[in-house]
Design a protein around this ligand. Sequence first.
Ligand SMILES: [Zn+2]
Ligand SMILES: [Zn+2]
Length: 304
Amino acid sequence: MALAGLMGSASLSVSAHERPLGDGKIAATPKQGHLLACQTRFNPNAPGAARSGPWITGARYDPAEKPVVSGSVTWPSEIAITLEGSDRVIRANNLPNHPTGVFPIARSDEAFRYDRNPNRIRAQEIVLTLPAEPAMAASPSCVPMGMIGFALSGAAIYSAVDARGRDAPAYEMQDACQGHPQERGQYHYHDRSVCLDDTRGQPGGHSDLVGYALDGFGIFGLYGENGEALTNGDLDACHGHSHTVIWDGAAKAIYHYHLTDEYPYSIGCFRGTPVRSDLAGERPPPPHGRPPPRRGQRPPPPDR
Ligand SMILES: [Zn+2]
Ligand SMILES: [Zn+2]
């Protein structure tokens, strides 16, 4: 057929879902398409997906070819976001408002071959006190392991990397909503969850808010000012940009992050000043002693 002839064999062999692998894209200074990670040395034997599979080929991977943790478990999700003076307070139980896969991953699940995630999803007491009108910091700051933002779906948002410093969505087994639990049972995403409602009620078909980063700036969906799907090239080194959006009901020119399908997926660095996360750590060893809580934080709930 004429059309197939025009497209050529090369384009036909490339899946529309393929993504460049983010491995190694950790930078010491803010850099577009990279993660400014607070942790720069990673244990190659840290817990996580033990094997990679045929969905990773060379420097690319195809999420559509990767196994998905099966199941459809529903949860009593609770989330409330209130403006209290100059603060925005998020109170949640960290259970998502969408179904999840079955965790721990069952032996019978194909995903178990690659990642024996033994963790169970558990409610977490989330109390995040963020600035309601965040300001840019003098310079961007690094992104820690563990929670870096919180989604309106009730799930935590983690960075692009797993405990080994690899591109987490490429290696770790996630459910159909791109989520999974870590050691303490905290359910989280590492990339753009298809279960986040990416409505486009902003001017020009721009995505609506889907969550908040720990510096208080908003995280919006995939679509930009002209309704186009955004890529890293449209965003700064921290994976955001500034323009007018609807912010707490009024039009406001403000910095915000976007979720995209390109590494680092959510936040490359913080443009504001992040509060500390209670529940830091993607499958870390237990910390020896705990630092005192800082602004916005409560001590973590005891493990049960
Ligand atoms: Zn935008
Ligand atoms: Zn994870």
